[in-house]
Design a protein around this ligand. Structure first.
Ligand SMILES: Cc1ncc(COP(=O)(O)O)c(C=O)c1O
Length: 405
């Protein structure tokens, strides 16, 4: 008799965005005359850069001609894109990588969910709290996390590293020793970053403990400060302990176009087995390559025009981030993030919990954000606003919040 994977039944269900959606819908139905501004979304809103659109058109036309038609893409990615990645994202910042260390995929969400497959099912994972939920949920599905305690919002076999104002939203080394450590910097949801020195300490720790760091750098393009590393491989020794995830979603607007990559260095070995070979095997078996036209679009991200247009997009969003950050500060809020990240993380005022503040903001200012508690228990009492809205809406939202007093 067939049976379901019972690990799936343990998942408490992610009610965060559906609850947000339901509350906003109910409010809009009851108050159709109100203009609700959404600063809760983690999706980009600007259209794809011109250089990317032109590359998409050219590649689409190639697909119409027998001589230039492309069928299955190479499992691990086209050489033209992998070389562009190695040169522009790494060589240009002084990190040398081999093309074979880059694995092109359809998203950092799938990569961050799938990467756990190459590790022992008994591995213990450590995650920041609050956290991007995919890291934990994918390990729940794999049966690695123990039991869920609804009262604490925690899994019995997950090591949590609280990130709160007390530690400047940077995790401390956990008391228990993890096998796999998920780090995401610049961070979603807190917008916090680690300096190169701080990240170096994690690399040294992981090498010492023989642990592997899964470093999610999906927001790397938003880094504006000098001492914040763009890649974990800027740290000495990272190639023997770290896998890095990158995405074209937040830098180049590919959330709906889908393109990402994972770096697994050849030096990264566990008990004599190269993780690069395991990931190549896994990727080759379960993934049939990102589409040619999308990889061509990805290549255009690294052209001179593409780089210029992307810099303009990022600076548009980061200007919004500044408007939110400065506006909330002026209104007396305790705010962080927003400097190297499109996310602004604020402490809820007047002792309200995250959901109470959500309701308050929706009803009193008609502004939608995301309750911090939805990202983990240590997110309680915090709230996330994003810089991905339009400039005009962002300015208006902040004016409304300021008027609340
Ligand atoms: C931390 C983090 N990693 C990965 C992703 C997913 O990226 P992609 O669109 O490449 O799947 C997101 C998206 O919001 C994210 O916040």
């Amino acid at each position: 008799m067939a049976k379901v994977n019972e690990n799936f039944l343990k998942l408490p269900g992610s009610y965060l965005f559906s609850t947000v959606g339901k509350k906003v819908k109910a409010y809009q139905e009851a108050n159709p005359e109100k203009k609700v501004i959404r600063l809760g979304i983690g999706d980009v809103t600007l259209p794809l850069p011109k250089a990317v659109i032109e590359a998409l058109h050219r590649a689409t036309d190639e697909m119409a001609v027998q001589d230039t038609f492309h069928g299955y893409a190479p499992d691990l990615g086209y050489e033209f894109l992998r070389s562009a990645i190695v040169k522009n994202d790494f060589a240009d910042i002084g990190v040398s990588l081999d093309v074979d260390e880059v694995f092109v995929s359809d998203g950092a969400k799938s990569d961050s969910a799938n990467i756990q497959e190459i590790f022992d099912p008994a591995s213990r994972i450590a995650v920041c709290d609050p956290v991007y939920p995919v890291y934990v949920d994918s390990n729940v599905m794999a049966g690695r996390t123990g039991e869920y305690d609804a009262a604490t919002g925690r899994w019995s076999n997950v090591i949590y590293m609280p990130c709160t104002a007390e530690n400047n939203f940077a995790p401390a080394f956990p008391e228990e020793t993890p096998d796999i450590i998920y780090l995401c910097f610049p961070n979603n949801p807190t917008g916090a970053t680690l300096t190169k020195e701080e990240l170096q300490k994690w690399v040294d720790y992981a090498n010492h403990k023989k642990a592997v760091i899964i470093f999610d750098a999906a927001y790397e393009a938003y880094i504006s400060e000098e001492n914040v590393p763009h890649s974990i491989y800027e740290c000495e020794g990272a190639k023997t302990c770290a896998i890095e995830l990158r995405s074209f979603s937040k830098n180049a607007g590919f959330t709906g176009t889908r393109l990402a990559y994972t770096v697994v260095p050849k030096e990264l070995e566990l008990e004599g087995v190269k993780l690069n070979a395991l990931w190549a095997r896994r990727h080759g078996t379960k993934f049939n390559g990102a589409p040619y036209i999308i990889q061509k679009a990805g290549e255009a991200v690294y052209s001179a025009e593409g780089k210029q247009q992307i810099a303009e997009m990022i600076s548009y969003y980061m200007n919004n981030a500044r408007v939110i950050y400065d506006g909330l500060k002026a209104a007396g809020y305790t705010v962080s993030g927003g400097v190297n990240s499109p996310y602004i993380w604020l402490k809820t005022p007047k002792g309200m919990n995250s959901w109470e503040f959500f309701d308050y903001l929706l009803e009193q200012a008609n502004v939608v954000g995301t309750p911090g508690s939805g990202f983990g228990p240590s997110g309680e009492g915090y709230f996330r606003l994003t810089a991905f809205g339009s400039y005009e809406n962002t300015v208006e939202a902040i004016e409304r919040i300021k008027k609340l007093g």
